[in-house]
Design a protein around this ligand. Structure first.
Ligand code: FES
Ligand code: FES
Length: 183
């Protein structure tokens, strides 16, 4: 990264949810602040602010990243995706989001955007991911409300739908049984 003047503001240009975007920031500005305050995208949440909870997760060039540990100037030229980009159009939910709603995979919703972004990035890379892999993915996030079972059930169902399979197949059924046992 080139040397930056600490007191100056810098214009950062990148792709945001498929469209060109730019924001003016100081070198020390975190990506969470640039998104929430600079661009008004408040779907990316801020919890611990030190990389532990996962609430701030976004995808940078397809890879999930903690926005609270990322400097905004570092995303110059990157392809950035946030939870706002999951919906195919205003008023419609994406496949993962709809599965979360069906399975009641959120309560307060504070963790949800980050979990959705990690799952979305992982399923693009590994569309055949099963229960064990998705458990690892979800385990990188703190959720204090749900107990995780409905999140896993929603993730498995969404994965099946995205693969064009019957979402009531064995993988999803196994997760749904675990969800019922947890209830
Ligand atoms: S707010 Fe970024 S990991 Fe918790
Ligand atoms: S739904 Fe409340 S923290 Fe996950």
């Amino acid at each position: 990264m080139p040397q930056l003047d600490a007191g100056a503001r810098h214009r950062v240009r990148f792709t945001l949810n498929g469209a060109p975007a730019e924001v003016e920031v100081e070198p020390r500005t975190l990506l969470t602040d640039a998104l929430r305050h600079g661009l008004g995208l408040t779907g990316t949440h801020v919890g611990c602010e030190h990389g532990v909870c996962g609430a701030c997760t976004v995808a940078i060039d397809g890879v999930p990243a903690r926005a609270c540990l990322t400097l905004a100037v570092g995303v110059e030229g990157c392809d950035l995706r946030t939870v706002e980009g999951l919906a195919p159009e205003p008023g419609r939910l994406g496949v993962l989001q709809a599965a979360f709603r069906r399975h009641h995979a959120l309560q307060c919703g504070f963790c949800t955007a980050g979990i959705l972004m990690s799952l979305d990035a992982y399923l693009r890379l590994r569309p055949r991911a099963g229960r064990a892999e998705l458990t690892e993915v979800v385990g990188g996030h703190l959720c204090r409300c749900t107990g995780y079972a409905p999140i896993l059930a929603a993730a498995l169902e969404a994965a099946a739908i995205l693969r064009g399979e019957d979402p009531s197949g064995p993988a999803t059924r196994e997760a749904t049984d675990a969800e019922k046992a947890h209830a």
